[in-house]
Design a protein. Structure first.
Length: 279
């Protein structure tokens, strides 16, 4: 998906008629100024839309929009989302699904959970009631690190150590046996988090915070009062198309601003021309 819009003037001859009496150079400069100012207005409108559409967007997301100014030689400006941010994960990797809809890509810790057999490829992880959230409503990195460490997932290789993996081809009994071995292993390690890859009769699949001191068969893994959800595995984490109406916001902003910006740029150029007495 090409996540950028171009701001330009259709029917350049009409603009030239408006700028009659200007030299070609001054006309081109005035037009470039108007296009660039309109593009800046588009970026500001897109940021406002992000704040409305998303819950506490991060400064990185808000700052992902760029403006490529128009010039006298190239009379068109661009507004887009940066896809090259020096090795960091670009905002395009998650905003494309907010713009066009569909299932979002996997996050790094989700790939580790899938590699360890805790989560299906088709699932996505969403915060539960016991999740610690950062200032922007996302799972805190500290809690993710704690969970991955307790589950013995190697963040550098994505491998697991000593814990069984639950395969898609396992029958129901095998899956239950492996899930029980995982829970017992974590319990012996004194872990605070409980992995329930297949859930229970009363609990959804996910990662739970163990709030009881006793951890084992006596406590019962179905005792929901002892387990609070940190991460829930859901079968679909899809976004409705145009949750972030990137293209619609741009179109409406251009329609509202471009003509006024052209008139403003013409007035400024005419004022400079009159002050200098230049042809």
């Amino acid at each position: 998906m090409n996540m950028r819009v171009t701001v330009k003037v259709e029917g350049l001859r009409e603009v030239q008629d408006t700028l009659r009496g200007f030299s070609d150079r001054r006309m081109a400069n005035a037009l470039a100024t108007a296009l660039t100012r309109t593009a800046v207005a588009v970026r500001e409108a897109e940021q406002a839309e992000m704040r409305d559409a998303f819950d506490r967007p991060t400064p990185f997301t808000l700052g992902s929009l760029f403006v490529k100014p128009a010039t006298a030689i190239a009379p068109q400006a661009e507004v887009g989302i940066k896809d090259n941010v020096g090795g960091a994960r670009p905002a395009t990797s998650w905003l494309r699904w907010q713009i066009g809809g569909g299932q979002r890509t996997l996050k790094a810790f989700e790939r580790l959970l899938i590699g360890g057999g805790y989560m299906r490829n088709s699932d996505r992880a969403v915060p539960g009631a016991a999740a610690r959230l950062d200032a922007y409503g996302n799972l805190s990195k500290g809690q993710i690190v704690q969970i991955l460490g307790q589950l013995r997932l190697d963040s550098s290789t994505g491998s697991t150590r000593s814990l069984p993996k639950i395969a898609a081809g396992d029958n129901a009994k095998t899956k239950r046996d492996k899930a029980n071995r995982i829970r017992r292993s974590l319990g012996r390690a004194g872990g605070r988090y409980v992995a329930l890859p297949n859930g229970t009769r009363t609990l959804l699949p996910g990662i739970y915070l163990n709030e009881g001191r006793d951890f084992g068969a006596k406590a019962g893994y179905g005792a929901s009062r002892r387990l609070r959800p940190v991460i829930i595995f859901v079968s679909k984490a899809s976004y409705e198309a145009e949750r972030f109406d990137f293209y619609g916001v741009a179109r409406r902003t251009v329609e509202r601003n471009l003509q006024a910006q052209i008139e403003r740029a013409i007035g400024e150029a005419a004022g400079r021309l009159a002050a200098r007495g230049a042809p």
